[in-house]
Write a protein that binds this ligand. Structure first.
Ligand code: MSP
Length: 722
């Protein structure tokens, strides 16, 4: 293999990406870096899926044109990939593909024409015109069969998508169909001949039984009059291509299929076939539809389709925008190092299975594996080299005469036992990574860390240093530790590019880790006499209570509870004196604090009166709850938790309301949303802005994440909640 091509899915440009999206990119990035280290010319694709009704609707909601909507999301996306070191400038992806690129349209048109000319394995036309009648989920961009939706109790209502819990659209119109039903045997043959085509094996079995169950022809176009934001069907512009047909083809148009520009710049022949990394939720599109399209067009099959599991919230629900339980990238970026996030995601999630994401776990793992583990090994080793060897890597050999002394200190005179251990762990690491077993691979690497830590603790270099006769033993211990760090830097570079470069530099080494093949490492390669670099802490210990308090913006019991005024409304400035109060720019939210704080105080107050915690209806009637519509939303400079909203609650002028939800909601996603407003709260000033009410939100999970209360049906602004 001299070239390698890896892809992530291209992400819908309807909303901003979250951790679930970033995950595939981090995996692809680690894979690409590993291949590059091995000297394989690698092309890594990620990008945005910009067409379809989903993007059209998001654009409408945000008062943008579809292109503006796509540009907006892509802009955020590329900024985030840069912040996470995944972009080209940081040695990450080679192309951020956009399906609105003119060369893509050229390539897809060619692909469509080829399919249109093709005959199926049963000798019929692969593409035909027919009439589609059924249900479509805009969020999935997929047609739904009866077992994929929930039927409503009221038969006038449309059914709901089981994935997104949103209403389906009825489609009844002329459509082009791809004759998928003729491809079942060919697909089953493919899975048989190439057992690695779909990975992991459990997913391959799923796909096989799906195909064995019989395939239905697939509608691959919509009338332009119903979906206009998409590529026109070649030679029939009354139809728009089905967004998945358009999107899947990006994998080949990006490298030059059907267009000269990309062929020259990248090279289809050079890089195809690709390894497609996807989430298991979109496996069918990649492992059934895409191979069938490729068969029809006469294009070679991908190298493999590899599916990972889903990130779930601590309660076990899939993290998604629709459910409002996502981990936002800017929050992660603000509180954690990129390498810690990458390490955590690859170590904690067993590839292929689902994993739960909790900030606490991320902090715990960072502290145990990185701060106390790798980081500590690196700093103690380098500090001792500084102290006992004048900052130069010592020679590691032990002479005949000194062997007995070394043995007495518990150190093997020859290096073989440690070098064999490290070599074996390196081989296992590479083997596991090749099968996407990153979690196991990292366990192997951390077995090396543990082994060397044990050697150091057993040998006690600080005692050896007091005995001149033990100088060789001392030097041997330090050499072995430093040499191991060199190996770990090379091995772990694809997972933690920044920290490993740092360790490598602190060891006094200057080669580019991106170009060192771990398979070529030879024990003893670290030249004695190397002047080590400046020693810096790699992973400072994270203060869990402080970070959690900053993220939540609420008292979690570990820090002082912010004071509250008589209305129970928390203010920005009233954190208890001397407490680990949130920093000024992390002003806590009325919503979040009130979600927990106000509830507690009011309930307590009531308890005192009636003794049973129950209230009279008249008590409840004191709260004026109104339906509001968010007219505008923006961030407040230097207050990273607060959003400034204007909300129409049916009054002459919209209300200005401050809400502490900035870490969980993107302002533009709120515009047009119906919410519940407490309309008769005394106005309060925060950050120089008056808040004329409060919005209601559920406080979810351990983190107390706000999830805004909203309505499933259309309701007029100002309607009272009773
Ligand atoms: N646009 C299509 C893909 C077209 S590829 C030719 C799409 N986009 S998506 O934005 O909805 O999802 C992109 C990827 O993000 C999918 O692989 C999906 O599995 C992944 N994830 C979205 N939420 C996720 C989690 N909670 N956890 C892990 N991955 C998740 O589908």
């Amino acid at each position: 293999m001299t070239t390698f091509y890896v892809t992530t899915p291209i992400y819908y440009a309807n909303s901003l990406p979250h951790l679930g999206h970033l995950y595939t990119m981090m995996v692809a990035d680690a894979v690409a870096r590993q291949k590059r280290q091995q000297g394989i010319e690698t092309f890594f694709l990620t990008g945005a899926d910009e067409h379809g009704i989903n993007i059209e609707r998001a654009a409408q909601r945000n008062n943008r044109t579809p292109q503006e909507q796509a540009d907006y999301v892509v802009d955020y996306f590329t900024k985030m990939t840069a912040a996470f070191g995944l972009d080209t400038a940081h040695g990450g992806y080679d192309i951020f593909m956009r399906t609105t690129a003119p060369f893509h349209e050229e390539g897809v048109s060619e692909f469509w024409r080829r399919v249109a000319k093709a005959k199926t394995p049963k000798g019929r036309e692969a593409l035909y015109k027919g009439h589609y009648e059924g249900w479509f989920c805009a969020a999935c961009a997929g047609y739904k069969t009866e077992d994929e939706y929930a039927s409503p109790e009221n038969s006038d209502e449309p059914p709901t998508c089981l994935v997104h819990e949103t209403k389906l659209d009825r489609v009844s119109e002329e459509s082009y169909f791809f004759r998928l039903s003729d491809y079942d045997q060919a697909l089953l043959g493919l899975y048989e001949v190439r057992p690695d085509f779909v990975q992991p094996e459990a997913r391959r079995n799923e796909v096989r039984s799906f195909v064995k169950g019989g395939l239905q022809d697939l509608s691959v176009s919509r009338l332009r009059s119903s979906v206009s934001w998409g590529l026109p069907v070649p030679d029939d512009s009354a139809h728009t291509m089905y967004v998945w047909f358009d999107a899947l083809t990006n994998y080949i148009t990006a490298i030059g299929f059907g267009n000269v520009q990309q062929e020259r710049a990248v090279g289809f022949e050079k890089f195809w076939p690709a390894l497609h990394l996807v989430g298991k939720d979109i496996l069918r599109f990649h492992a059934v539809y895409w191979p069938a399209f490729l068969m029809a067009a006469g294009v070679r099959q991908p190298r493999a389709i590899v599916a990972h599991g889903m990130w779930l919230d601590p309660a076990g629900r899939k993290m998604s925008k629709t459910l409002g339980n996502t981990i936002e990238l800017d929050v992660l970026n603000r509180h954690f190092s990129i390498d810690a996030i990458r390490y955590f995601c690859l170590r904690d999630m067993v590839f292929g299975q689902d994993g739960r994401f909790g900030y606490e776990n991320l902090i715990d793992r960072t502290n145990s594996d990185l701060a106390s583990g790798l980081g500590n090994l690196s700093s103690r080793t380098l500090t001792m080299i500084q102290r006992y060897c004048d900052g130069r890597v010592p020679a590691g050999n032990i002479s005949e005469e000194a062997r007995l002394l070394a043995k007495r200190a518990g150190i093997d005179a020859d290096e073989e036992s440690i070098s064999a251990f490290v070599e074996h762990a390196r081989d296992e690491f590479i083997r596991y990574c090749a099968g996407f077993g990153f979690s196991r691979a990292l366990e192997e690497a951390w077995a090396i860390v543990a082994r060397v830590d044990k050697m150091i603790s057993g040998a006690k270099p600080w005692d050896l240093a007091k005995d001149p006769a033990q100088q060789q033993t001392l030097y041997a211990v330090l050499y072995r530790a430093a040499e191991t760090l060199r190996w770990l830097s090379v091995l772990l570079y694809p997972v933690m590019p920044n920290a490993t470069r740092e360790i490598y530099g602190q060891l006094g080494l200057t080669e580019d880790l991106a170009k060192i093949d771990p398979r070529q490492l030879k024990w003893g390669g670290l030249p004695p006499g190397t002047q080590i670099g400046e020693i810096k802490a790699l992973f400072p210990r994270l203060d869990k209570a402080k970070i959690m308090a900053e993220i939540k913006g609420v008292d979690d019991g570990a820090v002082a509870r912010p004071a509250q005024d008589s209305s129970g409304q928390a203010t920005e400035t009233d954190a208890a004196p001397g407490a680990a109060a949130p920093a000024a720019d992390q002003a806590t939210s009325p919503t979040v604090r009130e979600g927990s704080g106000q509830h507690a105080t009011e309930a307590d107050a009531v308890k005192n009166e009636t003794g049973d915690g129950l209230i009279e209806i008249t008590d409840f009637a004191k709260v004026d709850l109104r339906v509001g519509e968010v007219r505008s939303a923006e961030r407040i400079p230097k207050a990273d938790k607060l959003l400034l909203l204007t909300v129409d609650i049916g009054e002459e002028k919209p209300r200005q309301i401050l809400a502490g939800i900035a870490q969980y909601y993107e302002p533009e996603n709120l515009v047009g949303r119906k919410i519940v407003v407490v309309a008769n709260l005394k106005p309060r000033k925060m950050r120089g802005y008056e808040s004329q009410g409060m919005l209601l939100a559920a406080s979810v999970g351990e983190e107390g994440k706000p999830v805004i209360a909203t309505f499933a049906e259309d309701v007029p602004n100002g309607a009272r909640l009773k």
